[in-house]
Design a protein. Structure first.
Lengths: 367, 367
């Protein structure tokens, strides 16, 4: 194998596939990147078995072939080289990397041991706008559980219902639902590990190709294709929570507030809340205003936020982290809180529109 | 006590004095900032007993007085407030902080317990250009020992010799000497803890006042004064190493290289060196060129650097960290290495000029 390309192109490709390199694996080969040269294209592959990523770049090549190198070392070397032409070639059991005055020879692993990244035998196929997909992911994945023991709650549901796609994540304390329209007639529910959707969002965010991505879905995996990059993710198996049934349909108190103002107020209130238990902040809702307060042995704080309140006065407590996560994942200027009582779940919604619904359970407070 | 000022001015003042707040102290009062209002000025003070910092800002004040608040919490609160007018007042045992809709009441500590930051009874007094002093500090402090058990080696010598000021730091493996001219006739040697000079460099770098700073020196402490800020540092006692005696006066091999080029080359060579012992990189010096190499079980690297070599060929090994620290602390385009043999110390100097001399001990290598 021998190829020449620019440092910049190679760095980008390494950064893309490195998201699938396992740092904690006991299988050394999974710490590697597979380099393959064919027909003037270099393909880089990495896989942690749950997530596999392949990306290709144009190279000048005089010899086809393949090799596996340690991802961390190869990435560090290429990132530190100047942005000039790099020539990479296999040489016995080593990979030789040359760039201006630099000459590296690094150990390779056996390319035969690298896992085969099979394609998806697509039964279902859908095209989706890249920015729309990223938006749905960003609005939901943070609400999934990060506790590996929680099984299905570590996943994000992708619910394809004809021209409507809904992503849903929940961890038992809060839930995120985000919607968008898609050009599809597909009816199918799949559950993708939230951790993997998080990486996919990063890959798509850095991808400079077409605005559209393709998704191919089969029973146990999903494939996401951009112009140069292919991502294959293992799906979670099991039944997702009947999430629509837990969304309250009526509210006694509705509050419309400026998102950034309440975000800053809750962040300040959290400075004292975090010292106590549950990051507890108290919302005191009266006609025309919202007071957010918290206290600890270090002191107390009251934040007064202008608000459009309809319905009953209400005092309700929250874990500030759950509210902040929501407020940081959306960008609307104004948002709406809908609450039933101090012990029932609170909804955070768009003021006009239904692009998202967040549900946050309150924390019981001694009033 | 009651005062009003802008959030921005208060944040800057808190950031300045926070550098003297001890994070590891067992005395709670030393985690505090003393606030004092007098004559329309707010003075903030902090001290870890080795280093004390006071800074003042103009405020609107209706009531003089003082209070001590926890530095971390007070800083977090003020930094999170919007850039608007903040009103701060004492209220019983609490400090009340108001800014637009925000209202904080935080615990205070007894101002009487706060250590008195005495002035320096100056016998010796000197004015120095702020940028010159910062330059001398940056060029030397990194070479001091960070091992508290090393006593005098954790300090930086300030050697005032009439119109010449020399700063010197060394840790037994390398030494840094930096020089500048000063408008002074003082002859005196003092040793300032390197950790404290590092903080002083940061304070002076952020200081927006006059280009000149004053220093007042007495037997056990030094005071550095800018327009608004006063820093008092405890000096180290003891005899500093006779540093001039360990600088070789002749060389067998001299190498002139582009600083940034060799810096990048050594950084790349270190990618493999750091896996082994001592960050060992090998310099192979021949007429007209310098090859830098290293190897580990992961591979090997050779970096070819164009160089102007005079004298004997030489193969010599270094701990790359010690050379990199030097190359990062200076800004000249070209620098000069002077070496006697593979087992004697290497000097790094200006090509023309004597603003600095660095000495680095080689690592013995099996050639």
């Amino acid at each position: 194998m021998k190829f020449t390309c620019t440092q910049l192109a190679l760095v980008k490709a390494i950064n893309t596939v490195s998201k699938a390199v396992s740092s904690r694996t006991t299988l050394p080969i999974l710490k590697g990147i597979l380099l393959e040269v064919n027909d003037g294209r270099l393909t880089l592959s990495a896989s942690d078995l749950d997530l596999s990523i392949q990306t290709s770049i144009d190279v000048q090549s005089t010899e086809e072939g393949k090799a596996v190198v340690m991802a961390r070392l190869f990435g560090e070397i290429v990132r530190k080289l100047p942005n000039a032409l790099i020539t990479v070639k296999t040489d016995d059991e080593k990979l030789n990397i040359q760039c201006l005055g630099s000459d590296f020879n690094i150990v390779t692993l056996s390319a035969d041991e690298f896992p085969v990244i099979g394609g998806v035998e697509a039964k279902d196929f859908i095209e989706i706008d890249k920015a729309d997909l990223c938006g749905l992911i960003r609005k939901t994945v943070f609400a999934a559980s990060i506790d590996e023991k929680k099984g299905i709650l570590t996943g994000t549901l992708m619910n394809f219902e004809g021209s409507n796609l809904e992503l849903v994540a929940l961890d038992g304390f809060r839930m995120a639902v985000a919607r968008n329209t898609v050009n599809s007639t597909l009816n199918r529910r799949i559950i993708v590990p939230a951790r993997i959707l998080f990486e996919i969002n990063k890959i798509l965010g850095e991808d400079e190709g077409s605005d559209q991505v393709s998704m191919a879905i089969e029973d146990k995996k999903i494939e996401i294709l951009t112009e140069d990059t292919r991502v294959i993710a293992r799906l979670l198996e099991g039944e997702f929570i009947k999430y629509r049934e837990i969304i309250p349909s009526s509210a006694n108190t509705t509050v419309i507030v400026a998102r950034e103002e309440i975000l800053n107020s809750i962040e300040r209130a959290s400075l004292l809340a975090k010292e106590g238990k549950n990051n507890l902040v108290k919302f005191d809702i009266k006609a025309g205003s919202l007071d957010i307060s918290s206290r600890s042995e270090e002191g107390m704080v009251n934040e007064h936020v202008g608000a459009e309140v309809t319905g009953k006065d209400l005092v309700i407590g929250f874990n500030s982290k759950y509210i902040l996560d929501v407020l940081k994942s959306i960008s609307d200027e104004e948002i709406k809180f809908e609450m039933g009582s101090s012990v029932s779940s609170c909804l955070i919604k768009q003021v006009d529109g239904d692009e998202y619904i967040y549900l946050v359970l309150p924390v019981r407070i001694a009033v």
